[in-house]
Design a binder for this molecule. Sequence first.
Ligand SMILES: *Cc1c(COP(=O)(O)O)cnc(C)c1O
Length: 339
Amino acid sequence: MLVGRLGARGIAVTGVTKAVLGDGLVAGALLRAGVSALGDSRIENLERLRRAGSRTTLVLLRGPMRSQVDRVVATADISCNTELAVIEALDAAARARHTVHRIVVMVELGDLREGVLAAGLEPLVRSILRLSAVELVGIGTNLACRSGVVPDATNMAELSALVAATERITGRRLAVVSGGNSANLDWALGTGDVGRIDDLRLGESILLGREPLRREPITGLDTGACTIVAEVIESKRKPTLAWGQLAQSAFGAAGAAVDRGVGVQTIVALGRQDVDPDGLTAPEGVEIVAASSDHLVLVGEGPLPIGTELRFQPDYSALLRAATSPFVEHAQVAGPLPS
Ligand SMILES: *Cc1c(COP(=O)(O)O)cnc(C)c1O
């Protein structure tokens, strides 16, 4: 859906796999849907994709660690960069491999995460031009991640202007102008003029069907494609108020509990080591009241039979952590899950 709608506006999609740890089956689904490249922040995930047999263009989204430049050059076709010291190290690593490594320079447009300030772009580009084994193929920006800065006509026009300025220095057309992440969709699908932007790096919107600025569902997309299933290990009638003298709990101060008399308390085998509990939506009939390393405490219906599987809807943060936990089994199903 997104590949089609953005394609009509001249924008290709880099499918971002970090929230599923570079999962090969998800990557395959993205490629069948027509993404032009796969992107991930972690070299380990790109290596996993390469090992799974992907021959597509792999883009490293986070600025490479200088200690990993050999691995980056070996596996990533393109990396996003902001530091000359790292770019020089990539150049040396690429020369050693008798190859040329392609780079995108990320520009800071106000969100205050990664990026060179506009004023620093020209000197950096001139330094890159002196290197023989890195090729500057594009520029990009990232908004709405750290500070929530909204991609709009102003900052996107600034990116297009920086493309023109860069091309005046290099004398060559930039092949990649990466406008941002899922937060750019409102702008990209609404604007009358995309300028020079020809790529977006999309993760959350594809996996969860929501745009991240207001977390509204995107028309036509499925918001239930990812589910976290947890098993009931205890379910009993208990008072809702703890007793005894109270101090800190395992994760700091315990929130003030509300006395709701005796109710049903259910524990599922899921904890902070597996998910971000604040990013879970509980199924109908139960409410999440607490989480420790390994226990998610719910109140509501029941007692539920031991072994019951409860299905939770993750947000991006919960999905990321679930994908990373070795205790969460990952399963792909072709069709909608039975409810
Ligand atoms: C994670 C990431 C993305 C994807 O962001 P979504 O909001 O999931 O679409 C894009 N670009 C960079 C640099 C990222 O780190």
